[in-house]
Design a protein around this ligand. Structure first.
Ligand SMILES: [Fe+2]
Ligand SMILES: [Fe+2]
Length: 266
């Protein structure tokens, strides 16, 4: 058994641009950094809005182990059935009891280490009526077997203070707590005193010549006119922003956290 698990965390993957960038680079990132386990956020995989079975499988075929989700989870109606049947797909654990699918999953690295991944959604400045994310995460931790080698938490939320609070809430109990949803990376990666790695947002894998992955014209028109406007994904020129966390499987705590950036192909 290796003495550490190298986890690659990818944030929101935006449409075709994000999928194309990972198709070009994910295998070499995995090789170069000796990655054991890959988690990505799939809420924008299908042209920016939700996840389809085909786009999820495209990511699994590239080497992604688990896809988390977020407020766009049900944008593609067929996904309700897909998420129910595939335990590599999770949605926020604090959705209502009527939501299909699951809020956490347990998968294995190639060398047999159990990695639990929890997805949870924030309450501040998020449309929707989710239950308390802090209580929901505590329930997940009670359910997760005690002998897993790593616990990974994707907190899909808008506000950095709520995310930072979750990082402290889970310090010493999760291997890593990180944010998704804002589509913009933060440079605050740190290991908390009890050993939990933390970053407020991983940032999107998508085009940064955009407004959080969407074509500027439609998004800006909506801001200026306050009238409905068509949102379209930018479909090429994606940057990959991702974070690598090295975890000690004996303690489940983090040894190192570092950000990586692969700029768009010229
Ligand atoms: Fe997103
Ligand atoms: Fe989101």
């Amino acid at each position: 058994m290796p003495s550490s698990i190298n986890l690659l965390i990818i944030g929101d993957i935006i449409g075709k641009a994000g999928r194309r960038a990972l198709t070009s680079h994910l295998a070499s990132i995995i090789d170069e950094h000796n990655i054991d386990f890959v988690v990505g956020n799939g809420e924008n995989l299908a042209n920016g809005f939700g996840t389809t079975e085909a786009t999820a499988h495209e990511m699994f075929d590239l080497g992604v182990h688990v896809l988390t989700n977020g407020n766009h989870c049900w944008d593609q109606r067929d996904f309700m059935k897909v998420i129910d049947e595939d335990d590599r797909l999770i949605r926020p654990c604090n959705f209502t009891e009527h939501a299909p699918g699951r809020g956490w999953t347990l998968q294995e690295t190639a060398s047999g280490h159990g990695v639990a991944v929890i997805n949870v959604i924030g309450q501040v400045f998020m449309s929707g009526t989710w239950s308390c994310p802090f209580t929901a995460v505590d329930h997940c931790l009670q359910e997760i077997p005690k002998d897993v080698s790593a616990i990974v938490v994707d907190f899909h939320a808008e506000v950095t203070s709520e995310k930072i609070g979750m990082g402290w809430h889970l310090d010493g109990r999760a291997s890593v707590v990180y944010g998704t949803h804002t589509h913009i990376p933060t440079c605050d990666e740190i290991i908390r005193p009890k050993g939990t790695a933390y970053q407020s947002d991983i940032g999107m894998t998508g085009s940064y010549q955009s407004i959080i992955g969407m074509k500027v014209e439609g998004a800006l028109k909506k801001m200026i006119t306050r009238m409905p406007s068509r949102f379209e994904c930018v479909d090429r020129g994606a940057s990959i922003f991702a974070t690598i966390v090295q975890i000690n499987p004996a303690t489940r705590m983090a040894k190192n956290i570092k950000r990586i950036h692969i700029p768009p192909s010229s």
